[in-house]
Design a protein around this ligand. Sequence first.
Ligand code: BG6
Length: 488
Amino acid sequence: MSEPLPHSDALVIFGVSGDLASKQIFPALQALVRSGQLDYPVVGVALEPWDAAALTARVRESLEAHGGVDAAAFDRLTPLLNYVGGDYNDPATFDRLGQTLHRLSVSRPLFYLAIPPSMFGTVAEGLARAGVTENARVVVEKPFGRDLATARELNAILHRYFPEPAIFRIDHYLGKEPVQNLLYFRFANAFLEPLWNRDHVACVQITMGEAFGVAGRGRFYEEAGAIRDVVQNHMLQIVALLAMDAPTVLGAEVVRDEKARILRAIRPLAPEDVVRGQYRGYRQEPGVAPQSQVETYAAVRLRLNTWRWSGVPFYIRAGKALPVTIGEVLVRLRRPPQDVFGERVPGRPNYLRFRLQPDVVLALGARVKAPGEPMVGQPVELDAFYQPGGEMSPYERLLGDAAEGDASLFAREDGVEAQWSVVDGILGESGPVHQYDPNTWGPAEAAGLLEGGDTWHDPKPDTPREPKPERRPSGAANAGGGGHPAGA
Ligand code: BG6
């Protein structure tokens, strides 16, 4: 997708015995082998006294639990697996890793740090001391810092050993197909641009709902909360894709320059721009304090200080234990300047809806005349696109890209720091945390964030549709079966 660097010739996974490796990385490795993109050695590193056979057994067990074993791909993956055990504080661990890389004739390793950020410095230093950082790349997982100050410290630590172009910060949302489609759809279609500004857009709403609680991650969540966990990263990346200006070309740095520019233009959030919520029952989750004030839900109102977006609120709502697991963007357009038909229709009849998950939907909300004598209308949705979810996983795509040296879908230092600057003022107990019942859309107080009589758009699962038939070359005008009941 952009200015490629030389391909890595080995993948070294620190934290290979952990949860992330088990749930995300191993399935991605199997998929990469299947698609022919992975034929180089994989070296797992962790404290466990394992060998390659024990790692192989662990990979199999993980695949059985997460997506299934593809016998042919697994057989090709097995001989690629190597293991180095040891403590990250012990230089001998890195010496052994160095010997392994030498034995495997590796000269351009990709180091994946699937470990707590507090260990990044130790591992990076160990690698440097063992002399294996030259021509290397490093992939780091979120959370990238706990706030602006710690993110800067982390960046400084990594930069001691790796230049910025060698650092690949994962935000797995960027690896999702529908998230990439936001960028594509916006800049591959000229008709959108005249509408895409304060003259026509009334507001933008982004919802990330999860119909489950903290799912055993209580201890982690107590340290994070929804703002750190998903707003600072995934949600702000989506805002950037929706609001950025067009990149001149498709290059990792050019796209990331535009994203960083818009992220820097977001006014830092103040407590009055936020409603924090906590689902009833959270305090009883294992690892959660009985009086916890941590938010499992956040609604925020963003202001973008740019010519294009001045006066257009961008709202984000993200939470656990909501009615449905869903991701959706709704761009509400302004009403017609005059109510010619005297209908006094509430709300804003025109909108664009981008479903981000679990399936992919792109729809345009409009009004059409209802059949019959009177000039009265009804809402419809023109369905531009529907695709069931479940193609390439974000980790498969991101790991493949990192090995190729394509940084387009990774967060860059300036962008990450701009994201922290937006949320820095609302981290922790910045205001009250309102209790809400599981299976609802969060605390009622969130309605108070909306301006101009707006209401929150509660996304509903779309009805799966049949794949669209091939379009006829004559190009009949049917954009694809409009007429779904409007949902905004
Ligand atoms: C992670 C968060 O980054 O994203 C989780 O830590 C959240 O709390 C997850 O559940 C959501 O990702 P996805 O891909 O399932 O929407």
